[in-house]
Design a protein around this ligand. Sequence first.
Ligand code: NDP
Length: 463
Amino acid sequence: MADAFDYDLFVIGGGSGGVRAARVAAGEYGAKVALAEDDRYGGTCVIRGCVPKKLMVFASEYASMPQEASAYGWDIQAGPFDWQRFKAKLNAELDRLEGVYRKLLSGSGVETFDQRATLKDAHTVELADGTTKTAKHILVATGGHPVRPDLPNADLGIVSDDIFHLEQLPKSILIVGGGYIACEFACIFNGLGVEVTQYYRGAQVLRGFDDEARGLVAESMIENGVDLHLGTNIVEMARASDGATTASGSGPIWVKSTNGSEKTFDLVLFATGRDPSTHKMGLEEIGVKQGRRGEILVNEYSQTDVPSVYAIGDVTDRVNLTPVAIREGMAFVQTVFGGRPTPVDHDLIPSAIFTQPEMGTVGLSEEQAREREEVEIYCTSFKPMQSSFAGQSHRVLMKLVVSKATRVVLGCHIVAPNAGELIQLVGIAVKAGLTKEQFDATCAVHPTMSEELVTMRNPLRSA
Ligand code: NDP
């Protein structure tokens, strides 16, 4: 099928999106496909993101269990957390998963090159060893990378990629940022027994999410022990002169903040955003247009201005989530190899933030919905049975944003243990465009937290 070219498709980047596109194009459509990856197969999600992060979430959640179990009559004593033991198991699991990814590619007949590839022209890539390969279509799926703020000595701080390689856990950590990564790792480190301070420059963490939901996440984080400072940022940092070797390598880090305070921390983590990985890829030279942060600009079919070059995933900075990159990869394959032009659907994507408690969200926040139309808000916040019995004061939140005119549920926001699992299911109903009355026609499952989603009879407010 590859006619004048070496391949039908050359994929640059072996993360979730690139691997899915490559193996489906080859395995299901019989295309001749190659893929180049200069790091580990599996990309950010598998190697230095979602997967190891979620395993760390699990590890950190055990901390509160002995206390809760004792309220239920168990005699369980908490012992110390062994980072080395966990890390060895984690590394073994990541090796296993990387092997699975490699096998998926070879099993579908995809040829792989373990080196960096750049674009030479509209149909040619150049590998790091100097060889060139031609392809009818090129798919760029190089993902993104964390960025540090523009601050002297910022390299004293680590970024999320570095967390999984720490030799030891710090005694204290400063986390800078208020997004997904900052909040998730504040909860993880707090659970693992590290003293956590978090600086966020804005008025409330998790900007863009429903105000009430993020307010409860922040309140719970503080209640659980995270020393969260809002409206605060780093202005200066330096290696402190005193002190022994710490998790960051050599001595604590002195930090001066915008509120004038001066403190030292064993470790500073910058969770201050991610940029698309497009540097020195040859994109500009061949006429692929990029946005302000280097993101590749694509149309609804993930096609760039150079018709043979497509891009999917975080490198396009549309919705930076693994399942979205995978769907973009599938839509690309259907469009190019399946003969069915398939635009990518970015509407009503459910997602979860793995804080403690978790937050699951789909659709519009109350604030976004109000700007568009008149809405009714159905919301309840309560102490769930399991932790309340154990004497804990944690609250959960279940919230529906409903259109006054059509009764369609425009958004759902859940702050609760396992909210990620819950929002996956509610996401189906919201994506299907169901109305509040159709939610209510569903019988409750009792006793559960989520039964509230079908039993809230009266709106809390309308606006
Ligand atoms: P985000 O863009 O979500 O957050 C970056 C944070 O850093 C914001 O709070 C931002 O503040 C702050 N910030 C940016 N620049 C500076 C600066 N110079 N000084 C101080 N603070 C700064 O990025 P993340 O790195 O947390 O996550 C990246 C993406 O990865 C997410 O958008 C998400 O798509 C994905 N992700 C998804 C997860 C999930 O699904 N559970 C988990 C982790 C990541 P401000 O709000 O003021 O801009």
